[in-house]
Write a protein that binds this ligand. Structure first.
Ligand code: C2O
Ligand code: CU
Ligand code: CU
Length: 458
């Protein structure tokens, strides 16, 4: 793919927040005159926030907050985001889970040129699927996501659902020390293992917040794991909660159960029946409290039955009888003590014996597999390592069929599958989106140390 630099240097001085759109659901940052050409002017810029009490941390924010401004669109409609880069380095935006044309996918040198400081880029695409998605750069991911460039993208169903209340909870841990200064986003010893964890856990940018919910109501909780490396073992002890969607696609509602393992990049939507006013629930990661959900008196009539299942997204059903099977091995291939030339990227991980080099722009010209447009494929994903890998594919949604390690009660559609240690799983898809699509582990320091590949659809 070749590029023209149609990203223009814009006169961006004096941008301010101009106000809330109707209903407050959507708002724009920037000049009102621009709203004819885009729905959001999303500015990425440094921002001082207080993560550690009494200390300022200079994070990188989208739309003046970190995690970033919640973007909303309606299923089937165009979403037009003018991304303005006011960071000190190049960046892009990738729309995680959205099936869109390659030119809008936000991967530098694969789908576009990086957006340089002071430039902007207009992302315009239709959103075919309703659900909870998110956005983040695909450049220097460890540091850029680590500094806060992650944000929710909510695509609303065309028709009203049975939910009258909802909340978005974005999970992210920060790599900061006790004085709020950033620590390393990735250290080789950790990158070669489970990934480098941040030490301060937050929900919507606040450590252990209290989230108020209306008593007696059923609330749709959209829980997004926007973390660089952490897999959360989510639980809500004592709660009446049901799973309605996973990673942007509806499932047949079922009880939440004990722990749900939500890997980096993954999302879960729950229906929660909020207990009587004054009661509290703990949203936890294993035994650790992430947030307190607090029930407060509500005027609304008591909620009745659970809402019906959410409508399915228009994802093509793979033809398993005709599908070709491709095998992908995810393996550890590093030598931690390797004496690397200064500045060279470490390589600890491989897919089918190949490590992606984030510094080599030509990697994307050597796809690991080439799929024929319109055909169905089964991918056999084999993890031959002791660590979990949330495996993510751009551009297309896949169906999880089977695993040798866990019971797949009902196949579901997703964009990310948490491949457990030594697990082999089968997924299937219709290769219906032409392009060069990234296929990678979403533990950011795994993907930056080899665990990424490109898959071509021609
Ligand atoms: Cu969130 Cu390349 O992905
Ligand atoms: Cu993605
Ligand atoms: Cu991984």
């Amino acid at each position: 793919m070749s590029f023209t630099r149609r990203q223009i240097l814009a006169g961006l001085a004096g941008l301010t927040v101009v106000g809330l759109g109707a209903g407050g659901a959507r708002y724009w940052l920037g000049r009102p005159g621009d709203t004819a050409s885009h729905d959001y002017e999303l500015i990425a810029a440094p921002l001082d926030v207080e993560l550690m009490p009494g200390h300022a941390t200079r994070v990188w924010a989208y739309g003046g907050q970190a995690p970033g401004l919640e973007l909303r669109a309606r299923q089937g409609e165009l979403l037009r985001v003018r991304f303005v880069n006011r960071l000190p380095e190049p960046s892009t935006i990738h729309w995680h889970g959205i099936r869109l044309p390659l030119e809008m996918d936000g991967v530098p040198y694969v789908s576009q040129l990086p957006v340089l400081p002071g430039e902007y880029f207009d992302y315009v695409f239709r959103v075919p699927d309703a659900g909870s998605f998110w956005y983040h750069p695909h450049t220097a991911s460890g540091a850029q996501l680590g500094r806060g460039l992650v944000g929710p993208l909510i695509v609303e169903e065309r028709e009203p659902t049975g939910f009258r209340h909802e909340r978005t909870l974005s999970l992210k841990s920060w790599h900061v020390d006790g004085a709020g200064a950033f620590t390393d986003f990735s250290v080789p010893r950790e990158a070669a293992r489970g990934g480098t964890p941040g030490r301060l856990s937050t929900v919507n940018g606040v450590h252990a917040p209290s989230v108020e919910l209306p008593a007696g109501q059923i609330v749709r909780l959209r829980i997004l794991n926007l973390d660089n490396t952490l897999t959360y073992r989510l639980n809500l002890p004592g709660a009446e909660a049901r799973i309605y969607a996973l990673d942007g696609n509806p499932v047949t509602p079922r009880p939440l159960g004990r722990d749900y393992w939500l890997g980096p990049g993954m999302r879960i939507e729950l229906a929660l029946r909020v207990p009587e006013a004054g009661a509290e629930l703990a949203l936890r990661n294993g035994p650790l409290r992430l947030a307190t959900l607090k029930s407060v008196a509500s005027q609304d009539a008591l909620a009745g039955d659970w809402p019906p299942a959410l409508p399915a997204n228009p994802v093509a059903e793979p033809d398993l009888a005709a599908a070709e099977t491709l095998r992908f091995n995810f393996e550890w291939a590093g030598v931690v003590s390797a004496n690397l030339a200064q500045g060279a990227a470490h390589s600890f991980w491989q897919i089918n014996g190949q490590a992606w080099d984030i510094d080599d722009k030509s990697c994307a010209e050597r796809p690991i597999a080439t799929l024929r447009q319109g055909r169905s494929y089964v991918f056999e994903l084999r993890n031959v390592s002791q660590y979990q890998h949330p495996i993510h594919l751009h551009g297309m949604t896949f169906k999880v069929l089977a695993s040798n390690r866990r019971r797949i009660e009902a196949p579901w559609f997703t964009d990310t599958y948490l491949l457990g240690k030594n697990e082999t799983a089968k997924i299937a898809l219709v290769a219906d989106n032409p392009g060069m699509w990234m296929f990678h582990c979403h533990v950011v320091d795994h993907m930056e140390t080899g665990l990424m590949a490109a898959i071509a659809v021609v």
